[in-house]
Design a protein around this ligand. Structure first.
Ligand code: G3H
Ligand code: ZN
Length: 288
């Protein structure tokens, strides 16, 4: 079916207390893995592209791949811009056919974040496209960071519930990525979600909340987060790890094989296993 927007998808998740999986894609096999698995699981799904992925694959290529595969599928698929830190990038994605945007002004002072987010919201809402924005700062883990160091980094930039509420009121943003205990790029499930903080932000703002850096959250933490108001869960690192390791394993076992489809096919299957497992933990299976 044609791409849909994230507005109704997240509202349904909010109403029925599950979360939609938002999976990052960088190449054809990952887009295939996301949409095929969602279809097998009868799950609504969000395919998201970061600015890095767009730089790597090309905007038209990403839109083309996702549109073709979404149209072949019988489940709703959203194409979302992940961490668009640039106003111009948001405009380009809107024009190219993305059905959901994110303006990430979390590195900016509060007032500048408000001003730019509001500009993106006004533009996107004119054509019925919803916008996610970030409050607090969801940092990035260095591969050398010990869990203790990562937890300290997380604590530094947690979202303030009152500020989050003010931000939503001032910008009319549709969903909110609030820093609530996770960090990007975590290879182990070390995150401890600040559940009272999530509940407070949910109660004050009323908008669907988004958990970034969710590769670092255990199944239990994810489930507690959903019960507290998380409606969209972003996963990238777990897919990257599975995809890359499957290529390494395949080539170690078959050093003379020069057919890239074999190694990439194994990687796609590994990505599908991760995506299926996350969809079931989020409770988004059998929803369509
Ligand atoms: O925006 C993308 C996500 O927040 C993914 O985070 O790489 O830690 O899974 P992750
Ligand atoms: Zn993120």
């Amino acid at each position: 079916m044609p791409l849909v927007t994230s507005k109704e998808m997240l509202k349904d998740a909010q109403k029925n207390q599950y979360a939609v999986g938002a999976f990052n894609a960088n190449n054809m096999e990952i887009v295939q893995a996301i949409i095929e698995t969602a279809e097998e699981e009868r799950a609504p799904v969000i395919v998201q592209a970061s600015q890095g992925a767009i730089k790597y694959a090309g905007l038209d290529m990403i839109v083309g791949m996702v549109k073709v595969l979404a149209e072949r599928a019988s489940i709703p698929v959203v194409l979302h811009l992940d961490h668009g830190t640039d106003y111009g990038q948001n405009i380009k994605c809107l024009r190219a056919g993305f059905t959901s945007l994110m303006f990430d002004g979390s590195a900016l002072p509060f007032q500048e974040n408000v001003t730019l987010t509001k500009k993106v919201v006004e533009m996107a809402h004119t054509v019925g496209i919803p916008v996610e924005a970030e409050i607090g700062q969801i940092g990035k883990m260095d591969s050398s960071d010990e869990p203790g160091v990562a937890r300290e980094k997380i604590k530094e930039f947690l979202a303030d519930p009152e500020e989050a509420n003010k931000f939503v009121r001032l910008t009319s943003v549709d969903s909110l990525a609030a820093a609530v205990g996770t960090i990007h790029g975590c290879r182990e499930p070390i995150a401890q979600l600040d559940i009272p903080r999530i509940e407070k932000i949910r109660d004050l703002t009323g908008v669907p909340l988004v958990l970034h850096g969710a590769s670092g959250a255990s199944d239990e933490e994810v489930k507690k987060g959903i019960a507290a108001g998380i409606c969209k869960i972003n996963i990238d690192t777990r897919i990257r790890m599975a995809f890359t390791r499957a290529i390494q394993d395949y080539l170690t076992k078959n050093p003379d094989d020069i057919d890239p489809r074999k190694a990439l096919g194994a990687a796609k299957e590994a990505a599908k296993t991760v995506i299926r497992d996350r969809i079931r933990v989020l409770g988004s299976h059998n929803r369509v």
